[in-house]
Design a protein around this ligand. Structure first.
Ligand code: ADP
Ligand code: MG
Length: 333
């Protein structure tokens, strides 16, 4: 590919200036891009939540399948999702970019536009970052900071015996879109949207934390089985799930009608960014109310039980066996 002159002419600091021009202010951000550090006002009774994610070209995204604005949206959303999964309010995002020569200034502009738009939609800001040239793929590193009132953040470790397991939205759509793309097929617009522009469930996470409804919580990034496994391990419980209760979108169900074995994508496919959480059984009615309030399906899919690990039961009561538990970067699949 031809090296992009625009980027070379603009240089590192020209590029940072362009990013700075797109970044929006926020009342809590005293000083954003342009100095050695950002400065933020923090409330005395808040706790700071911080999370980092890497997104690598060829590993997390494929530039043949996504546009740059969507990639920017997704880079912000998946990090904000980690703040949502603790019940926090997203505040500041930091964007590390290793940029290959082949990228154009326009492509980077669109990436930043998507990134900033998603941040803004959640009341968060792009407060800083780092920029360098990549001799290989495009590398995106995002750090997200959020806050939660002291003691409200929901950890993976708080699930209790007998708690019910809930999940928001629908599962498997993103993994199904990816599977279709990998096979050279075109996913429907709703499926593709779930993969390229996932939504972070910030309002839900916040409500579950401030009401104390969620005893444990995680966002579904590696797949239901793997992410519930994290809650079970951290909480020291086992769980039984009902396969027929797993919430599926119309688009997913449509494909499933022809390829029933792809139900596995709803169990072990990643990147749904729905919230998976546990709730004390006597508070189940509050969850129904919250679902109505947020106009978001919150589905009970199982129960924590005194067993080891995770069992998934089919409608006829037989155990469902899955081939792998979820995405693991080092498992060599
Ligand atoms: P330093 O030498 O202190 O690391 P830099 O020259 O790398 O400073 O960055 C200057 C300013 O621009 C800093 O405020 C930094 O946070 C910000 N910045 C650099 N790269 C990015 C980026 N990709 N996105 C947002 N802000 C950035
Ligand atoms: Mg720097």
């Amino acid at each position: 590919m031809v090296a992009d002159k625009g980027l070379a002419e603009l240089g590192e600091f020209g590029l940072i200036e362009r990013i700075q021009q797109q970044a929006e202010p926020a009342p809590f951000l005293r000083l954003g891009i342009g100095d050695d550090c950002s400065i933020q006002a923090v409330a005395a009774d808040d706790e700071l939540l911080t999370s980092t994610d890497l997104l690598l070209e060829g590993v997390h995204f494929n530039l043949q399948w996504t546009d740059f604005e969507s990639l920017g949206c997704k880079s912000a959303a998946v990090n904000i999702s980690d703040i949502a999964a603790m019940g926090g309010v997203p505040r500041s995002l930091y964007l590390g970019l290793a940029v290959p020569d082949a990228l154009s200034v326009e492509q980077l502009d669109r990436f930043v536009a998507g990134f900033v738009a998603v941040a803004q939609a959640h009341g968060a800001v792009l407060a800083g970052g780092d920029t360098c040239r990549s001799s290989g793929p495009l590398v995106i590193s995002v750090t997200a900071e959020g806050t939660a009132p002291r003691g409200q953040a929901v950890c993976r470790s708080g699930a209790g015996a007998g708690d019910l397991v809930f999940v928001s939205g629908t599962l498997g759509d993103s993994a199904l879109a990816l599977r279709l793309l990998q096979q050279g097929e075109q996913p429907s617009a709703p499926l593709a949207g779930r993969h390229h522009r996932p939504q972070a469930r910030v309002s839900l996470g916040r409500r579950l934390a401030e009401t104390g409804l969620a005893t444990a919580m995680i966002d579904v990034s590696d797949g239901l089985v793997a992410d519930l496994g994290h809650i079970l391990k951290a909480s020291g419980h086992g769980a039984v799930l009902q396969l027929q209760e797993i919430p599926l979108s119309p688009g997913f169900s449509e494909v499933l009608a022809h390829r029933p074995e792809w139900i596995e994508l709803a169990l072990t496919g990643g990147e749904d960014y729905e919230l998976l959480f546990t709730v004390a059984a006597e508070r189940a009615d509050d969850i129904a109310q919250l679902a109505a309030e947020l106009d978001l399906p919150l589905t009970r899919i199982g129960t924590l039980q005194g067993i080891t690990g995770l069992q998934i039961l089919q409608r006829d009561g037989r155990h469902y066996h899955f081939r792998r538990s979820g995405f693991d970067h080092f498992s060599g699949r």
